[in-house]
Design a protein around this ligand. Structure first.
Ligand code: DLL
Length: 433
């Protein structure tokens, strides 16, 4: 274990630590951030009322909307000169969530990732190829600093360029590959089609550090057999810290949550009631040590279950079940978080399109394929082909710049997208996870 004292702490002691840290964190948010103060005052909640974990239910929730409303820095709780890094969760517009870190936060971020790496069996001798995107996304830098903290060697290749990924796995002797599970499958496809002589089993690669999107046990089996590696799950969200909120261990039976930094609850997504341990529901996170960007009772919209059971690895940290669904309409497309409303607002800005569209998601090989069908006005449709081509390009360019992903845009004639009598079916997700 990277931090044995914490990772194998008896529950009663952990609860004591969490209670003390929660008191600090709730007060820190209230006293140092105007939004929290206003929200808590309006709800009649004062940090003095928080005396034990039973009082958690009195603390108001924080939502994604609160984060958007406070774009970019409105939820920071330290002076800007104490912020040493920012990340952002999705999109490049005002819709994105911007999160900040102090030096101490960055250090905790690196430690929780390092703990996960050790749980996958990594040590100083490992060469960790980081194929998550480097940049505003937390994946690349998160894994990078975790690997350095551990004393392993980080290879900051970032995402894409599969040919080069293979070259470095071979030449640098990478032992672990950190990327999304869909990219891992994409690599397997690439080898099969384009590099049949490349034998992953002859390289030193032995594990995948896979996360940032939901993936199933059957995907795990496929990745493990096709690449000849062990595939481990890593989970996290930028609003809480980034990757490393939780991670699997050799038992591969749930992800240990680093609950000395993140207090977790499961609630009923409809009523907001706290559910007993073991029930399935929405995970709510409270950061209990973070300085720059405290997240108090943040509604993640991720659906999971928490359970405490003796683990073969010796860790006592609570486990969460693999996240396979959400309680909102957020889509994860090639690792990028996208809300249908963002797609809609791009379409609405383009002249000549009608407010009828459909988002079709599928898997082409291992990659997510996004098609957006949109009706165009009668007049435009009867115009020249060139006009339509220009419009298609214009919309695709806007998707790329606003959402950060590419989409196939198909313009269709008026009245061709099926109308529904109830809620419009805007999203057809054919991907099976
Ligand atoms: O995806 C952080 C991350 C980077 C995690 C690299 C793991 C590896 P966000 O971009 O803020 O952060 O997206 C967070 O992605 O609320 C989940 O819905 C989903 N997600 C992340 N990891 C997993 C996972 C990063 N292992 C959102 N399984 C979260 C299922 C995941 N869903």
């Amino acid at each position: 274990m990277f931090n044995k004292e914490i990772e194998s702490m008896p529950l009663a002691k952990m609860r004591e630590l969490q209670t003390e840290r929660l008191k600090w964190s709730i007060r820190h948010a209230y006293e140092n951030n105007a939004f929290y103060r206003k929200k808590y005052d309006a709800a009649g909640f004062n940090p003095d009322q928080f005396k034990s974990l039973d009082d958690m239910k009195r603390v108001p929730f924080l939502t994604k909307q609160d984060m958007r409303d406070n774009y970019p820095f409105g939820l920071f709780a330290v002076p800007m000169e104490k912020v040493v890094r920012v990340h952002s969760s999705s999109g490049t517009t005002g819709n994105a969530t911007v999160v900040g870190y102090t030096k101490k936060d960055v250090d905790i971020f690196a430690e929780v990732v390092a703990r996960c790496l050790v749980a996958y069996g990594a040590g100083e001798k490992d060469v960790i190829q980081v194929a998550y995107g480097y940049g505003l996304f937390t994946g690349g830098l998160g894994l990078h600093y975790g690997a350095e903290k551990l004393g392993a060697m980080a290879v900051p290749i970032s995402g894409g360029n599969t040919e080069r990924q293979l070259m470095l796995i071979r030449d640098f002797g990478s032992t672990m590959l950190a990327c999304t599970p869909s990219y891992a499958l994409n690599i397997a496809d690439f080898i099969e089609k384009k590099k049949p002589d490349f034998d992953m089993r002859k390289t030193k690669l032995r594990a995948g550090i896979l996360g940032a999107e939901p993936w199933s046990e059957s995907m795990r089996k496929e990745i493990e057999t096709r690449l000849g590696i062990e595939a481990y799950d890593i989970y996290g969200l930028s609003e809480v810290i980034g990757p490393g909120v939780s991670g699997e261990c050799s038992a591969k039976s749930g992800l240990h949550v680093h609950e000395d930094h993140f207090y977790v609850e499961i609630i009923d997504p409809d009523t907001g009631e706290i559910l007993p341990e073991g029930s399935k529901g929405e995970i709510v996170y409270t950061t209990i040590t973070k300085e720059a960007f405290p997240g108090i009772r943040y509604r993640s919209r991720d659906i999971s279950r928490l359970y405490r059971e003796p683990c073969a690895c010796g860790r006592t940290l609570v486990k969460m079940e693999k996240v396979t669904g959400r309680s909102d309409d957020m889509l994860i497309i090639r690792g990028v978080n996208v809300f249908p409303s963002q797609i809609e607002s791009v379409l609405m800005e383009v002249e000549g399109t009608e407010p009828h569209y459909q988002i079709i998601l599928d898997r082409k090989g291992a990659m997510d394929d996004l098609e957006v069908k949109v009706e165009v006005s009668e007049k435009l449709f009867s115009d020249e082909l060139k006009m339509l081509e220009g419009l298609t390009k214009n919309i695709s360019d806007r998707f790329r710049s606003v959402l950060g992903i590419s989409a196939r845009v198909t313009l269709v004639e008026p009245q061709t997208i099926p109308r529904s009598e109830g809620k419009a079916v805007r999203v057809i997700d054919k991907r099976k996870i």
